[in-house]
Ligand binder design. Structure first.
Ligand SMILES: Cc1cc2nc3c(=O)[nH]c(=O)nc-3n(C[C@H](O)[C@H](O)[C@H](O)COP(=O)(O)OP(=O)(O)OC[C@H]3O[C@@H](n4cnc5c(N)ncnc54)[C@H](O)[C@@H]3O)c2cc1C
Length: 475
């Protein structure tokens, strides 16, 4: 749909902060999750790079007045089409609001603009022995604003929690341009509705985050990592469940199945064995060896073939690079195959062995390649259904398989999306997961904060069957 965005010229924004050039609009029409297969997205009519909260407020107030949708955009690494402008309008690119606004090491807190890259926060505070612990695997290419909007999480989540756990407060702008502050500098509060947690994970549909107050953690004195190699995938996932149930002090516990290991070896040229593996990292200020010994004992109960720990920085870096680049390795594996959608389901840890087993069984039944890896300690499974994009029958088969896995995760008491959000890709699962009443309550929140459906329309909630923007009555 085409929206007239000429009103932007009347706003107090520098000319180089607005573009209607095709190249700029095209680069804001897709994200990592949608740029593959044949999904070309809808072009926004204009791209705006605000420099301040006042800029964001002016754009939102004017866009709401003119009935023009606004979709916040950051690094575009989202995997569910979260930042693609489903109905055109304005792509509001927050990446230039990337300053450190205030840093209070004594309180272990930092206030940042939303466009700062996650690992830049870590670099900024490293000199004081501090770290922002919930960074996703994409922490060096994605922004704090994007992580907050998707409630991202990562390899350290098994020990440190998700992004929501580290956000003390926000400055955010509502659809009508109103600037609000949420939370405080205190590490706890029971004052009023928790608007911080409401905005975290709302995928830019309720407010635009213009500043985030983050909590930091101390870096551990002892860090040891390594890998455990198993003969069977079943043993590997049962070992993970047992280690988490026993409360072993792991900071990272990641599954890599044999197929993913083969793909990583081909992609990186690394020498990963062609076998199911669990990558591990232990953090402690003292007694790290005790935790490692406990983990080894548990893994031995599950027939671990090799349990290899190291404190060599280079070795550990190579190991984690292989894990971080797994998504690229999967995409690059076979030029004739593409991942259908990035799969991200999460189940209670006791059901983790079952979801992994069933995924592999379904892969055999549907006769498709499905590499599995992920943040196993959280019960999180990343799976990619690989299909030939030019073969409609194979695509349909892949879609059926994909859906079976998500539905099973929900049946097991889990979630359709552990960390990537609903975006466009997971809308059909919102109601099966939450029930009609809860979804209507979510819609009521959206109506209350954004009655004109200005912010990121077409996300989270299923739309009309023909993909049209919802009418006021339908909202
Ligand atoms: C290789 C790879 C590995 C990944 N690994 C992980 C992982 O381990 N864990 C994980 O959770 N995710 C992972 N992701 C997904 C992705 O990196 C995260 O979802 C990330 O948080 C998105 O950040 P972004 O800056 O790219 O945001 P974008 O993709 O640009 O936007 C994401 C969402 O945030 C909204 N948004 C952006 N900025 C704002 C703002 N200031 N205010 C309001 N809304 C805003 C957008 O509208 C959109 O809905 C991975 C992606 C890739 C490509």
């Amino acid at each position: 749909m085409t929206f007239d965005c000429s009103f932007l010229e009347g706003l107090p924004l520098a000319a180089d902060r607005i573009s209607v050039a095709d190249e700029r609009r095209e680069s804001h029409a897709t994200d990592y999750g949608t740029e593959r297969l044949d999904d070309e997205g809808v072009l926004p009519n204009a791209v705006v790079w605000p420099a301040s909260t006042a800029d964001v407020s002016a754009v939102l107030a004017a866009a709401t007045d003119h009935g023009v949708p606004v979709t916040p955009y950051a690094a575009g690494t989202g995997l569910e089409g979260n930042a693609v402008p489903a109905h055109g309008g304005i792509s509001l690119d927050l990446t230039r609001m990337d300053a450190v606004v205030d840093y209070r090491p004594a309180d272990r807190q930092i206030d940042v603009g939303p466009g700062i890259i996650g690992s830049d926060v870590d670099e900024y505070v490293a000199g004081d022995g501090l770290v922002f612990p919930p960074l996703p695997s994409s922490g060096d290419i994605s922004t704090i604003g994007g992580m907050i909007a998707t409630d991202a999480s990562g390899m350290g989540t098994v020990r440190y929690g998700e992004v929501a756990d580290w956000v003390l407060g926000l400055e955010a702008v509502l659809a009508d341009g109103t600037v609000i502050e949420t939370g405080s500098r205190a590490i706890k509060t029971s004052s009023g509705y928790n608007l911080t947690d409401l905005i975290v994970g709302s995928e830019g549909t309720l407010a635009v985050v213009t500043e985030a107050r983050l909590e930091l953690a101390g870096r551990p004195d002892q860090v040891r990592g390594g890998r455990a190699i198993f003969e069977t995938l079943d043993d590997a996932v049962e070992a993970v469940f047992d280690a988490v149930r026993t409360d072993v002090g792991v900071a990272k516990i990641e599954l890599v199945d044999g197929l993913s290991a083969t793909m990583a070896t081909e992609y990186l040229g690394s020498e990963l064995p062609d076998a199911p593996m669990v990558f591990l990292e232990f953090h402690a200020n003292h007694g790290v060896e005790t935790e490692i010994d406990l983990c080894r004992t548990i893994f031995e109960d599950h027939n671990v073939a090799r349990f290899e720990m190291s404190d060599d920085d280079a070795e550990m870096a190579a190991l984690w690079q292989a894990r971080r680049e797994m998504a690229y390795a999967v995409s690059a594996y076979d030029p004739d195959l593409e991942p259908l959608h990035p799969g991200d389901v999460t189940v209670p840890i006791s059901s983790y062995p079952e979801i992994v087993r069933e995924t592999k069984r379904l892969a055999d039944e549907y006769d498709l390649l499905v590499p599995c890896f992920g943040h196993a300690g959280d019960g999180n499974l990343h799976y990619s259904v690989l299909v030939d994009p030019d073969d409609p029958e194979q695509r349909t088969r892949g879609e059926d398989l994909y859906r079976e896995i998500v539905s099973l995760a929900i049946e097991l008491g889990g979630t359709a999306t552990g960390e990537h959000g609903i975006g466009e890709g997971k809308q059909r699962y919102l109601e099966p997961e939450h029930g009609a009443g809860a979804v209507e309550a979510m819609r009521a929140v959206k109506r209350a904060l954004d009655p004109t459906d200005t912010l990121n329309p077409g996300k989270i909630f299923p739309e009309t069957a023909d993909g049209e923007r919802l009418t006021e009555a339908e909202r």
